[in-house]
Write a protein that binds this ligand. Sequence first.
Ligand SMILES: *[C@@H]1O[C@H](CO)[C@@H](O)[C@H](O)[C@H]1NC(C)=O
Ligand SMILES: *[C@@H]1O[C@H](CO)[C@@H](O)[C@H](O)[C@H]1NC(C)=O
Ligand SMILES: *[C@@H]1O[C@H](CO)[C@@H](O)[C@H](O)[C@H]1NC(C)=O
Ligand SMILES: *[C@@H]1O[C@H](CO)[C@@H](O)[C@H](O)[C@H]1NC(C)=O
Length: 344
Amino acid sequence: MRTFWTLLLTFVSLRSGEGLQSCPAPPQYQHLNVTLDEMFRGRQWFRSGDKVSYDCAQDFTPIDGSHYVLCTDGLWNKLSLRCRKKSCGRVSDLPNGEFRYEGEPFIGAKVYAVCDKGYKCKGLNYTICQRSGWTGKFPSCVAEGETTCSTPTVANSVQPEVSVHQPGDNLTVTCDQGFQLVGEQLITCGADGQWEPLPPQCLLTPNVTTAPPGSCGMPSKFYNGNAELDEKYITKTFFSSGDKVYYTCPVGYKPAGGSISRRCEDGEWSPLKMTCERRLCGSAGQILNGQFMYSGVQFGDTATAVCDEGYILVGKATRRCRSEGWDGRVPECEGMVSNPSAYD
Ligand SMILES: *[C@@H]1O[C@H](CO)[C@@H](O)[C@H](O)[C@H]1NC(C)=O
Ligand SMILES: *[C@@H]1O[C@H](CO)[C@@H](O)[C@H](O)[C@H]1NC(C)=O
Ligand SMILES: *[C@@H]1O[C@H](CO)[C@@H](O)[C@H](O)[C@H]1NC(C)=O
Ligand SMILES: *[C@@H]1O[C@H](CO)[C@@H](O)[C@H](O)[C@H]1NC(C)=O
């Protein structure tokens, strides 16, 4: 019985590797900026002769030493690998200027461009060392005399990092939180060194007393003689580029095709295509022994009843064409009661 347990324990020990010769989990060397390779992590025991490998931690690069440690009779030998922080090295040359280094450019370091006398920096004036190397739009030095646009100062906006822009460069203005952009967000540096369109404004609430560039004033209240601007716009003082206003036909008129809106585009209102037609009332009715004389049969026109000879009118003679049709009713022409004096 005792022999059996001894044999069993020996067997279990051999199976689990917890013999005299096995090494525990390999040590971590965080302070050395190295990490145990992933495939060995979590393993609890190693045999004599097993090797595990280490590598430099993120953003570090090997200098010298071996990546391996070996398990010998239950002990790991000391790791000799040495790592140092990655550096991007030197940036390529900067024509008409130079890059200024403050020590080794490790990951995260900025290196500033300093332009020679008579030159100014276009674009960002620095580049950043990142894991992938030097990144960002590389600075360049342009002659002072060259046409450039300087960064517009837009109050309450995020100040762009780039301070000098060349013709054709775009700039996107972003307002600070809580401020509203009035005008165009994307502006382009023009050949004359002016921003096109003019830079927008960032306002807490749109300042109704100041119309931003590209906005339109009040469009005409009437158009084509009778189209009328919808009343809801009359309290506004300006309209931003892209805004639309709608027109309606006045009472007695109805739209006769064409778009009913106008659009503010770069300070100009598009023409109104809509036309309004006078409402048609048609016939004012039939009168027995009489007839209507029309000034017309459309809105605003009148129809006046005239009785045949020997008949007199009963009712209102004139009807007017209104938006809901002819007003009043058809009058009547009645036979005259003979008047003896008329035959005297
Ligand atoms: C590990 O990196 C840190 C940060 O760069 C550094 O201060 C430290 O000296 C490095 N350790 C070794 C042993 O190189
Ligand atoms: C880089 O540009 C920024 C903003 O335009 C400026 O404040 C800073 O002084 C410049 N730095 C150098 C070293 O030229
Ligand atoms: C600036 O923006 C315009 C309009 O979006 C575009 O056509 C042009 O290519 C842009 N220019 C640059 C340099 O990105
Ligand atoms: C609106 O603009 C006028 C003129 O530029 C300025 O005096 C006023 O302070 C502005 N109001 C607001 C609320 O920004």
